[in-house]
Design a binder for this molecule. Sequence first.
Ligand code: GDP
Ligand code: IMO
Ligand code: MG
Length: 425
Amino acid sequence: MPAIVLIGAQWGDEGKGKATDLLGGQVQWVVRYQGGNNAGHTVVLPDGQDYALKLIPSGILTPGVRNVIGNGVVVDPGALIDELGGLQERGVDTSGLLLSADAHLIMPYHTAIDRVSERYLGKAKIGTTGRGIGPAYQDKIARVGVRAADLLDAKILRQKVEAALEYKNQVLVKVYNRRALDLDEVLDTVQAAGRRIEHLIADTRLLLNQALDAGETVLLEGSQGTLLDVDHGTYPFVTSSNPTAGGAAVGAGIGPMRIDRVIGILKAYTTRVGSGPFPTELHDAMGEHLRKVGGEVGVNTRRPRRCGWFDAVIGRYATRVNGITDYFLTKLDVLSGLEKVPVCVAYEVDGRRCDEMPMTQTDVHHAVPVYEEFPGWWEDISRCQTFDELPANARSYVLRLEEMIGAKVSAIGVGPGRDQTIERP
Ligand code: GDP
Ligand code: IMO
Ligand code: MG
């Protein structure tokens, strides 16, 4: 049995949480393979209760599923404890959760540096979530990171934190003019949190490979999205990890040949949080309309999301970069009631037409969308159960998107609820 990857095809918030939850009943394991508590994945259960998951895989809401925070994730121990506590208070069984011994930890100095470095950038800021994600990944790559397994050895933990803090304090004080952090205070905080999560630590790559050998299905739940990928996204306005499909094998510790399906989650329009280029962004009343009808506010930071029309250049790019086998198209219901629905089919860059993502970021910044307009539909589609029940214009919209992005749409979201999904086998 295979591993399945589920990834965001745009700039995040495409509805990955709902999609993971939908597949929960068909898989034995759900794994987060990158990112951290910068993510916010919403799941609405059939009883109407909604959950905003940050670090913990969305599979936690399906009884019997085992959930893994993989080696590719960066974990803020305090945030993990808070999230676990919140779920337990609501009666969710969290006993199936495991944390990779190799996952890097977000330390108090990472969050501090994330915030001050953004302020330092001024107008050039990335608009990060301020959760310490970038600085934690920097330390991982610089080989001075602290990992979950280090929580199991107080002596090693002290050595590593002491070495890291010596340098971080210089940066905080001399570059950013901030207060130095106290070693013992940092250690106390991290160790206190560590005692509460150390029972979760496991050799998750061994367990996942054994599960696959035993014929179980593993769902690899991405966070963020293709255009926030540090390699393939709109650099430098990206996150510091690889949400794209290739990152799933690395961040979980399984071989790429284990993966036989890559599901792209794609919103029927486009949103983005934070800074950076966004060719189809609407700065007018229509953008406000999409934000309002789509409820486009960040789950994590409560920032209003920037909104714009569907961008088929991005869709084609996501299909190619991730090797998408099929798409879940979400939030089609939000487009109901529009006279016309424009779709960006190509860009014009300094007088040239570009059908594919431009090679340079300068060109992405200069990209002006070339729109094709589709006739809209007025009907409320939120109760449609089959593709044929959708209004003809909504069906044509989906079929044309499929053609433009080069992959099949196997499911369509018509509302946030689990049952508001049209499957197209
Ligand atoms: P994620 O980060 O990709 O998991 O997405 P978010 O949870 O940040 O944002 C997606 C939002 O859209 C959430 O509020 C979901 O409840 C909601 N949602 C997901 N699918 C649909 C859909 O098909 N229609 C509507 N109206 N809302 C949806
Ligand atoms: P989910 O998983 C949307 C954005 C931030 C910022 C950039 C870098 O819910 O789709 P970071 O804190 O990661 O260093 O910020 O990435 N960003 C997201 N945008 N959805 C997310 O997660 C995001 N996680 C990070 O807004 O622009
Ligand atoms: Mg989100």
